[in-house]
Design a protein around this ligand. Structure first.
Ligand code: SF4
Length: 279
């Protein structure tokens, strides 16, 4: 089994104190906890500070186009179902330009873990309002999107939230997401210490609530009501549906070897002829 040291890669270039460091550490710990192997794991990153995480973990990585992490990750999973596939990005990436992909991936339910580092801002481009930014007197005046409610209303089979100021709790949530056999959304409040002076570590410590041991995540209506009651500021696994068929099993059946990565495409599709034509 791979050790924590084997999941480390190049040193992140995030600003000191950025919440994304905690997400990276939690994901690495959770991958160790579920027994994932680096040679059988792929991280697909979106665009933004958070998307760079794909280069900071010691496994295969793909840094995709803005808002397109989920279709790429879905393709990776369909091509090789033996892989552990994680997609990650920010709120601007996933809930802005990527919102259409987000909703359709939720309802398709591929076996992916999607970690959104939600800092309520576009950090990489120096602090513009993002889809989750709360309205301010001199801001956009637009109301924020509510990713947990959207995912729950769209048939999401695993919907959770965590906070970068609580690494142990986040590690547990990510571990549960990795074990979930379907699409797992984990929205993480991950403060941007450089550009967001509102949604800070202190703000979340003062305002966040955590689901108690008596909360059972089996009821979609209850999860939606809980998110609304706490005005989104609640952490834990809000909803998990067991037994829902993941996309790849629906499309390809039970036979894992039916994946594209297991097939002789050259023989099946005449790729040599095509390659000769463009050589
Ligand atoms: Fe993190 Fe913000 Fe710095 Fe980006 S700009 S690395 S989100 S603190």
């Amino acid at each position: 089994m791979a050790t924590l040291a084997e999941w480390k890669a190049q040193r992140p270039t995030w600003c000191p104190g950025c919440g994304d460091f905690a997400v990276l550490a939690s994901l690495q710990r959770a991958l160790v906890a579920v027994g994932a192997e680096p040679r059988a794991t792929v991280i697909v990153g979106g665009i933004g500070c958070s998307g760079k995480i794909a280069g900071y973990i010691g496994c295969y990585g793909f840094h995709g186009l803005h808002g397109r992490a989920l279709p790429v990750a879905t393709g990776v999973k369909l091509a090789n179902r033996k892989l552990t596939v994680v997609a990650s990005g920010g709120d601007g990436d996933g809930y802005g330009i990527g919102l259409g992909h987000f909703l359709h991936t939720v309802r398709r339910n591929p076996d992916l873990t999607y970690i959104v580092m939600d800092n309520h801002i576009y950090g990489l481009t120096k602090g513009q309002a993002s889809p989750t930014t709360d309205p301010t007197p001199q801001g956009t005046g637009e109301r924020p999107v509510h990713p947990l409610t959207l995912a729950l209303a769209s048939g999401g089979t695993f919907v959770a939230q965590a906070f970068s100021g609580n690494v142990n709790h986040m590690t547990e949530v990510i571990e549960r997401g990795l074990r979930h056999p379907g699409f797992a959304l984990i929205n993480v409040f991950s403060p941007c210490v450089t550009y967001n002076k509102v949604n800070t570590y202190e703000f979340y410590r003062d305002h966040l609530s955590y689901l108690g041991d008596d909360y059972t995540p089996e009821h979609r209506d209850r999860a939606i009501a809980t998110v609304a009651r706490y005005n989104d500021l609640v952490c834990g696994v809000l909803y998990e549906e067991t037994g829902a068929e993941p996309l790849e099993r629906r499309l390809l059946g039970e036979d894992v070897s039916a994946a594209i990565a297991e097939q002789d495409l050259a023989a099946a599709r005449g790729w040599e002829k095509i390659l000769t034509r463009y050589a």
